[in-house]
Design a protein around this ligand. Structure first.
Ligand code: F6P
Length: 369
């Protein structure tokens, strides 16, 4: 009987618990056992880890749960902070603990960083299968990553809700959303929520262009008569990784995580300040932050999670290791296959600016916005 360990690493995402349920249910059909490993790769470092035995009864209700019931971390075993404060390679502990726990394979649910660790372990001969998740939908090798659809729903709702205060007060309302390298979430939530301008990391923006668009929409003042057909507010969606031409990424602090990423945040506030100083308009910014990936998974994330998890169980049953589950086509009407895990090193899947982004209007190309 094969014994599978499953872990979830990186930022949590709705769809992870359905994936674990799909894995456990399908594994039981193959006569395999599954145990949960806590808090991402941290759950395989010393001291010898605790595990959570998972069977159909335990995970029966997990399809409805957001986040991850196994916990998560941004631990990088290849670059882990020691008590001395220095970074050290602790990957040997992971290998040792996989064998101590009697695991035949580890199913790793994660994004670029967590799966990058899995790919490096696969090179050393460790039996791993990857399940792609990130609300950013920026992983190479797959058309869908768990969490994107729920985040899209959450962000669209906030854009909608930001409309009434902005309209009542006559503001330019900036909504800052996640998206470090890729603007998929910003672009598609901006379209769904009908934002006026959408700023994405793939194309540096010009303040002057933004001001020109605002002037075209709002005229010289937002203080217009109530019966005027002219709108008195505007909604702008900015990905956290968006930046101005010749400018830099805006970060929360100077720190970096174990994968060398800065914590991004604040471009919305910076833009609001510039608009207030350099145009006649009043502006506000909201950084949605972590709740954008919160709450119960959407139907798409439940379906895709279950399917990804089940496909991972099939891969283990057949001994197809060093692979990631990949979706082709638009979820949920899509087909699944296995791709080499090393594809996560081949660059990210970002917005195709030429096909989708109008660099004059800062919007989806071809919809007249
Ligand atoms: O990696 C996915 C992501 O959504 C990035 O866009 C964002 O920078 C990051 O998560 C923020 O998450 P956390 O605060 O957990 O690091």
């Amino acid at each position: 009987m094969k014994r599978i360990g499953v872990l979830t690493g990186g930022g949590d995402a709705p769809g992870l618990n359905p994936a674990i349920k799909g894995l456990v249910y399908r594994a039981s059909e193959h006569g395999m056992e599954v145990v949960g490993l806590y808090d991402g790769w941290r759950g395989l470092l010393d001291p010898p880890p605790e595990v959570l035995p998972l069977d159909r009864a335990v995970v029966r209700r997990w399809d409805r749960d957001g986040g991850t019931n196994l916990g998560s971390s941004r631990t990088n075993p290849f670059r882990s902070r020691a008590a001395s404060g220095e970074y050290v390679d602790r990957s040997r502990e992971v290998v040792r603990n996989i064998s101590r726990l009697g695991l035949d394979a580890v199913v790793v649910c994660g994004g670029e960083d967590t799966l990058g660790v899995a790919a490096r372990l696969a090179r050393q001969g460790i039996a791993v299968v990857g399940v792609p998740k990130t609300i950013d939908k920026d992983l190479a090798g797959t058309d869908y990553t768990l969490g994107f659809d729920t985040a899209l729903r959450n962000v669209t709702e906030i854009i909608e809700r930001s409309r009434t205060p902005a309209g009542s007060h006559g503001w330019v309302q900036i909504v800052e959303v996640m998206g470090r390298h890729a603007g998929h979430l910003a672009l598609w939530s901006g379209v769904a929520g009908q934002a006026d301008l959408i700023l994405i990391p793939e194309h540096p923006f010009s303040y002057q262009k933004i001001y020109r668009h605002l002037r075209e929409r709002l005229g010289d003042t937002t203080n217009v008569a109530r019966d005027s057909p002219r709108p008195r507010y505007s909604v702008v969606v900015a990905a956290e990784g968006a930046y101005a031409e010749g400018g830099e990424l805006v970060t929360v602090d100077g720190g970096q995580d174990a994968f060398g990423h800065a914590r991004l945040g604040g471009i919305g506030e910076a833009l609001a300040r510039r608009i207030m100083n350099e145009t006649p308009y009043d502006a506000r910014s909201v950084m949605i932050g972590h709740p954008q990936r919160g709450g119960a998974p959407s139907p798409v994330d439940r379906i895709m999670g279950m399917m990804f998890g089940a496909r991972a169980a099939d891969a283990v049953a057949r001994g197809e290791y060093g692979k990631m589950i990949s979706a082709h086509g638009v979820a949920p009407a899509c087909t699944l296959s296995l791709v080499d895990l090393a594809c996560v090193f081949g660059g990210l899947n970002t917005v195709d600016v030429g096909s989708h982004y109008d660099t004059e209007r800062y919007h989806l190309r071809g919809i007249g916005m």
